[in-house]
Design a protein around this ligand. Structure first.
Ligand code: SIN
Ligand code: FE2
Length: 218
């Protein structure tokens, strides 16, 4: 009881997990204690592999800026979507996955019931106000038994979590700085997206939302 009351006055205190599927969960504030480690690592990654607006196979520039770290990085161009060990901008390997990213992802996955998750890819998305991510499935990875771990940083966003067909209704989930979402198993291939980001200013990331999506891609 006492603990619950104290928690109300501690904004850094993580709230209870929220299950949004049999194998999909939001872990509010799970990454808050990691932010001081994550942000300097992010800065170094972005210095070597800057955010860029990749071309869709249809020839449009994606509104969301993206980059990667890890042995594999998700890319898009005229030839389609796929994972590549090399950053097409620099022709160099992507920056390595920082150990803190791997540990955070493994801990979050295990809190969601997925033991022994070891990511080899981290897609890093940068949203500016107005940017959205249309409904899609994550299906470029080799092994769908491996979950997806998504870490939200900066401005809050509304995440859409749908069904196994694009036209099924979606649930709206508010994701704030430090929240972690994990989905896998029977929920692994659900359609999902992000509604247009509302303008705002975050004390650490100013007018942006950065999302880390950790995966076992290879
Ligand atoms: C994604 O689906 O790749 C990113 C989701 C998010 O930004 O929360
Ligand atoms: Fe996705």
């Amino acid at each position: 009881m006492m603990q619950t009351e104290l928690d109300l006055f501690n904004p850094a205190s993580p709230a209870e997990p929220q299950w949004i599927g049999k194998q999909a969960v939001v872990l509010p504030g799970f990454a808050l204690a990691w932010v001081d480690v994550l942000l300097p690592e992010l800065r170094q990654i972005i210095a070597r592999a800057p955010f860029r607006h990749m071309l869709t196979p249809g020839g449009l520039n994606m509104a969301v800026g993206l980059t990667n770290c890890g042995a594999l990085g998700w890319i898009s161009d005229r030839r389609g979507y796929r994972y590549s060990p090399v950053d097409p901008l620099s022709q160099q390997p992507w920056p390595a996955l920082p150990p803190a990213f791997i540990e955070l992802a493994a801990l979050a996955a295990s809190a969601a019931g997925f033991a022994d998750f070891r990511p080899d890819a981290c897609l890093i998305n940068c949203y500016k106000p107005g940017n959205r991510l249309s409904l899609h499935q994550d299906r470029d990875e080799r092994d769908y038994s491996q979950p997806i771990v998504s870490v939200s940083l900066g401005l809050p966003a509304v995440f859409q979590f749908g069904g196994h067909a694009r036209n099924e209704s979606t649930r709206r989930i508010g994701l704030r700085h430090g929240d972690v979402m994990v989905w896998g198993g029977e929920d692994r291939l659900r359609f999902h997206g992000v509604l247009p980001l509302k303008p705002g200013s975050h004390p650490l990331l100013s007018g942006r939302r950065i999302n880390l999506t950790l995966r076992k891609a290879g």
